[in-house]
Each structure stands twice: as structure tokens, then as C-alpha cells.
Write a protein that binds this ligand. Structure first.
Ligand SMILES: Cc1cc2nc3c(=O)[nH]c(=O)nc-3n(C[C@H](O)[C@H](O)[C@H](O)COP(=O)(O)OP(=O)(O)OC[C@H]3O[C@@H](n4cnc5c(N)ncnc54)[C@H](O)[C@@H]3O)c2cc1C
Length: 568
């Protein structure tokens, strides 16, 4: 028999969104919980993120009077995600859609504040069941001082690098502050909030940092032990059941018994070059371009695989096309593909995608195109009117950061032919493409790829651009080009889990005592990103379900668990 150093009911591995929700849920249901985090800092990619959480028919949007329903959301899953195997089975979608709103209510009741991201549309808003108004919520600004001595242990958030207390749904207005009164007023609100917080000496956290900080504050107040620099080293199995973990605490191996189970919420393997090389398939990625947190290295997943856990969707990631701007304005050109007067082209100088579509869709299109014409990297092309019109990171409109210009990463030429030569793109192909694109863009249409048709496309465009927020001709020299790589914000294939977040073995049977949630699993979203917050929601909802199952409680299912005739 194992000699345990300590015993709890439920061990949670990983302090991101899925892990935090699971720890709070299990504790609320009466279990003793231990949260293990291998890094010095808490929160994983969730803390670094926009903190947006995509949950259909959630209580926050309901309170704002935005109509939605389970049936619409289920139809949307069927229309967009389709059949991708067990990760997105009917049962798992059903569990996600029923437990999601309940999970948000649970967090609200504990004191976590959310607002609806109005107008941050579903990424497939034009598909059956899609919502133009959006289904995502994000955390309210939160004063990090509440965390006391734990504040320095929080993974730095998205807004911190900007020095602004900006919420995620406000961020698109910042870069359009000179383009519409609405965007200007939102930007002014952000500036005032930031200044007021400084005057009050607050450490105002927004985005994922607020999400994690709010949950961490509650976990600490409730006495949930959080061990940092305490990696999961191994899972302890007795009689076929996972009964505990081996971790390291203060440099010493420590055995912790988990009477009701272990949840792996340890993220994916975005930064593990061997795993990405092995599983990349048609979307090869050597882990060089990921923005995921540095702890995203996959060893917890490998530990479960060694126990016989089944995996799926291992070649998939939350792709994020990333203009290669280096450190000189990372977000400078990120949004360009969604604004007028820009296109993405392959080495033949041809377009291959609706550039304004979701980052995952465009990243996948780059890989798909690359099979026939080099599109990894592809090129972002834009003209001088684009440069003059939009603010580039902290520079004012019309000014690129000097270091970006000097870096040589941004190519500039007075003719498209010269630009193509500088980039190694086919000159005649580029000229033809731009001519055709311009002729249609003048009329606000894109018959080739349907850019600008959906509410989502328009939401991220230029609100004041005539004739269309996403489309405008590329016709004012000089012309510019920048390489674009298929970066990512994490991998999203991994352990196959059921509707209770139990890890399944190759025989589709649950591995007793073992749960998983978040990027360590094959996601319920399959190969699509349904809306802002689809990835964090995947982790949080299944973290919630895991804790309920481990503690013998279950989500208040309001729907049948078998597919109806229409859903088969
Ligand atoms: C800049 C950026 C912005 C993003 N914006 C959004 C957004 O707004 N909405 C959205 O849905 N998604 C967003 N994403 C993606 C999203 O953040 C991640 O997909 C999601 O947070 C992953 O959650 P997780 O709980 O699976 O993992 P994480 O949040 O990464 O947490 C996993 C934790 O487990 C720890 N860990 C790993 N191995 C071990 C081990 N062996 N032992 C102990 N601990 C371990 C890690 O150190 C990490 O802290 C963004 C990502 C980035 C990088």
C-alpha cells in the first residue's frame, strides 16, 4: 500500500480556467481539494488570455434580454462542427450546453463578475443557430490588491503589456478610436478607467487575469490549498483506479492521495516540439510560433497516455495567423486582415481565404493552401491609405513603430511588381489578384470568398469605412507586405473524455478516478472555434462537470441525454 504524505478528496492539476472552476466546484460540494501548479506563476494561458468565455444561453446574456436557446446552440454545433468523432459527441455537446449556463451562475453566486460581450459575434454568425449579438461573457475589472501576497504570483495578463485597464470587448474600439464616435467614446472610457485606477492606487486587472484573479481570491478565502512549483510527476494507480498523484513540493517528492479522483487541467502541448512534430499531420508546427504559456508542454497528457488513455484531434490547435512583426508591435498588423484595403496571398500572389473569418479558420486555410502553393508563411498586403488611417499599437495613425520599419520585416515598394519581387511572390499573380479584388471591393463585395458578409466579419472591421467595414481597394502606393505565420494560442487535441469529463481508454471505458478538462483534451469544439471564448469555455465547463461527477453531484440536466430523431 502507498504511504501517502497527505490526503484530500480531489486533486486538480493546473491552475488555468478549467482547474480553478473545478477546485471551486468540488470544494462547494463538500470535498477537500488540492490545486497543483507546476509553474511559479498561477493561471496558465487563461490568465494571459482575453478571458472571454463562450457559453450559449448564459445567464448574463439572458439578463440583458438577448434571446438564445439550447436548441439553437445545438443546431449551431451540428451545422458548423459536424461529425468529428467522440470529442464532440451528442452527449458531450449536450453536457456542455446544459452545464455551461449553470457553471456561469455558479461562479456568479460565488462572486465572480461577468458582463456580456455585446456585438462580439459568433465566429460563424451566418450559420444555422449563429448569433450576431454574440454569446460570450468576460470578467469585470478586478482590483488585484485583493490577492495580497498572491498578486505577484499571478501570470501577467493581456492588458498589462498595454498599460491599460481595457476589457477584451473594448479592445477593438481602441484601434479604431479615430474611426467612429462610438469607438472614440469607448476608448475614452478605457483611458478614464485606467487613470482613475492609478489615482486610487488600484491594480486593475481585466481579461483573463481578472478571471483567474477573481477565482483565485475565492479559492484562497475558502482555504483551498494552492501549491505552486509543484508539478504532477506521476499518477498513482491501485487496482486499475487513479488514487493519487506524485508531485514535488519544496524540492521533495510528495505523494498525495485523491480519494475521489484527479483532474488533469494542465493545458496542451503547444511548446513541446517533439509532440508537435509527431502529431502535426497535415498541419505541421514545430512549436515555434505559439503564444501559449510556457508551461504548455504536454507531460501531464503523456502521463495519462501511458495509462492507456485514448487521444484524438492531436494535429489541431487554436490557430492564430500572426504577422511576423517581432517585438516591434506584435498586435500592430494582427487586425489588418479584418479591415479594408488588405488581403492575404500565397506565393503565387493569389488569395485563398476570407481574411476576415476567425483566426482558426484562416490558420487552417493557410495549411490547406500550402499543400498546393506556399502559404506557410503567407503575405499580408496593404496600401498607404491603410497605413495612414489606422493606429499601430501605441503609435498614432500613419506611423509605424520605427523599430518595425528598421527591422526589415515590413516590405515597402512603390509598385506591386517591386513589392512582389521583394517578397518572392509571383508578380503577375499579385497584380491580377489586386485588380480583381479592387474591382469588387469598390462595390463592397467579395464574390470569391464572401469576405464581409457575416456579422462577425463586420464586427472586427472599420465601423466608419464606406462602402464596407471590411472591404476597400488596395490602390494607393506605396504598398506594404508582411509575412504571416500560422501561430497559435494553444493546442486543442488530446485526451478523449466523456460527458462527465472522465478520461476514456482505447476501449472507450472511463479510466477510474481520472478526469481531464481544457486543452489537455480533444475539445468539444472539434476543428472549429465557434465564438470568442470557445476554448476557455471548453475548459471551464468540463472542469465543472468533472468536479460534480467526482463529488457525486450532477449538473441539473434539463434535456434528454439521448439524441432525438432530428439530432441523429
Ligand atoms: C494571448 C492569448 C489570448 C487568448 N484569448 C482567449 C480568449 O479570450 N478566450 C478563449 O477562449 N481563449 C483564449 N486564449 C486561449 C486560452 O487561453 C487557452 O486555450 C485556455 O486558457 C487553456 O486553458 P487550460 O485550462 O486548458 O490551460 P491553461 O490555462 O494553460 O492552464 C494550464 C496550467 O497547467 C499547468 N501545468 C502544466 N503541466 C503541469 C503539470 N505537470 N503539473 C502541474 N501543472 C501543470 C500550466 O503551467 C498551466 O498553468 C488565449 C490564449 C492566449 C495565449
Amino acid at each position: 500500500m502507498t504511504e501517502w504524505d497527505s490526503t484530500v478528496d480531489f486533486v486538480v492539476v493546473g491552475s488555468g480556467g478549467g482547474g480553478m472552476v473545478a477546485a471551486l466546484t468540488a470544494q462547494e460540494k463538500g470535498a477537500s481539494v488540492l490545486l497543483l501548479e507546476k509553474q511559479e506563476l498561477i493561471g496558465g494561458s487563461t490568465a494571459m488570455s482575453g478571458g472571454v468565455v463562450w457559453v450559449p444561453d448564459n445567464p448574463v446574456m439572458r439578463a440583458d434580454g438577448i434571446p438564445d436557446s439550447y436548441d439553437e446552440a445545438m443546431a449551431h454545433f451540428e451545422a458548423v462542427v459536424g461529425d468529428v468523432g467522440p470529442a464532440s459527441s451528442f452527449e458531450r455537446r449536450h453536457a456542455y450546453l446544459t452545464a455551461g449556463p449553470e457553471m456561469i451562475t455558479f461562479l456568479q453566486e460565488l462572486g465572480v463578475g461577468f458582463v456580456h460581450c455585446l456585438g462580439y459575434s459568433d465566429y460563424y454568425s451566418s450559420a444555422v443557430g449563429g448569433k450576431d449579438e454574440g454569446r460570450a461573457v468576460e470578467p469585470v475589472p478586478f482590483d488585484g490588491r485583493v490577492l495580497g501576497e498572491w498578486l505577484p504570483k499571478l501570470q501577467a495578463g493581456l492588458a498589462q503589456s498595454l498599460g491599460l485597464a481595457v476589457m477584451t470587448n473594448e479592445a477593438r474600439s481602441l484601434s479604431n478610436y479615430n474611426r467612429s464616435i462610438g469607438a472614440f467614446l469607448i476608448s475614452a472610457r478605457v483611458a478614464l478607467r485606467t487613470v482613475a485606477a492609478r489615482a486610487r492606487r488600484q491594480v486593475l486587472l481585466t481579461n483573463g487575469a481578472s478571471l483567474i484573479a477573481q477565482m483565485l481570491a475565492i479559492a484562497l478565502a475558502r482555504g483551498i490549498p494552492v501549491w505552486t512549483e509543484a508539478p504532477l510527476d506521476d499518477l498513482i494507480v491501485e487496482d486499475g483506479r487513479v488514487v493519487g498523484v506524485r508531485t514535488v513540493r519544496a524540492g521533495l517528492p510528495t505523494l498525495v492521495q485523491a480519494r475521489r479522483g484527479v483532474l488533469l487541467a494542465a493545458g496542451g502541448f503547444a511548446h513541446n516540439p517533439e509532440m508537435r512534430g509527431e502529431y502535426g499531420g497535415d498541419q505541421p508546427n514545430r512549436a515555434k510560433w505559439s503564444m501559449a504559456n510556457p508551461g504548455d508542454t504536454g507531460e501531464a497528457m503523456q502521463t495519462a497516455m501511458a495509462l492507456g488513455a485514448q487521444t484524438d484531434l492531436m494535429d489541431e490547435a487554436w490557430w492564430l495567423p500572426s504577422p511576423k512583426t517581432g517585438r516591434f508591435g506584435a498586435s500592430t498588423l494582427d487586425q489588418a486582415r479584418q479591415r479594408p484595403r488588405t488581403i492575404y496571398v500565397d506565393a503565387a500572389g493569389q488569395r485563398f481565404v476570407n481574411e476576415s473569418n476567425s483566426y482558426m479558420e484562416v490558420g487552417k486555410a493557410m495549411y490547406a493552401r500550402d499543400k498546393t502553393s506556399r502559404a506557410v508563411p503567407c503575405w499580408l498586403i496593404f496600401d498607404d491609405r491603410y497605413r495612414k488611417r489606422y493606429a499601430h499599437l501605441r503609435s498614432s495613425p500613419g506611423r509605424f513603430p520605427r523599430k518595425l520599419l528598421e527591422s526589415g520585416r515590413l516590405k515597402q515598394a512603390w509598385t506591386l511588381e517591386d513589392l512582389a519581387r521583394m517578397c518572392g511572390i509571383d508578380g503577375a499573380g499579385l497584380a491580377d489578384t489586386v485588380e480583381r479584388f479592387n474591382a469588387n471591393a469598390e462595390h463592397g463585395i467579395d464574390p470569391d470568398y464572401g469576405r464581409g458578409l457575416s456579422a462577425y466579419n463586420k464586427a472586427l472591421g472599420d465601423p466608419n469605412h464606406k462602402v464596407h467595414p471590411c472591404l476597400g481597394p488596395i490602390n494607393e502606393p506605396p504598398y506594404f507586405a508582411c509575412e504571416v505565420l500560422p501561430g497559435d494560442i494553444g493546442t486543442c487535441g488530446g485526451l478523449v473524455t466523456d460527458e462527465h469529463a472522465r478520461v476514456l481508454n482505447e476501449q472507450q471505458q472511463p479510466i477510474d478516478g481520472l478526469y481531464a478538462a481544457g486543452n489537455i483534451t480533444a475539445t468539444v469544439m472539434g476543428r472549429h472555434y465557434l465564438g470568442p471564448g470557445a476554448s476557455i469555455a471548453n475548459g471551464m465547463v468540463f472542469g465543472y462537470l468533472a468536479a460534480l461527477d467526482a463529488t457525486g453531484k450532477h449538473a441539473a440536466a434539463t434535456r434528454p441525454t439521448e439524441p432525438t430523431e432530428n439530432q441523429e
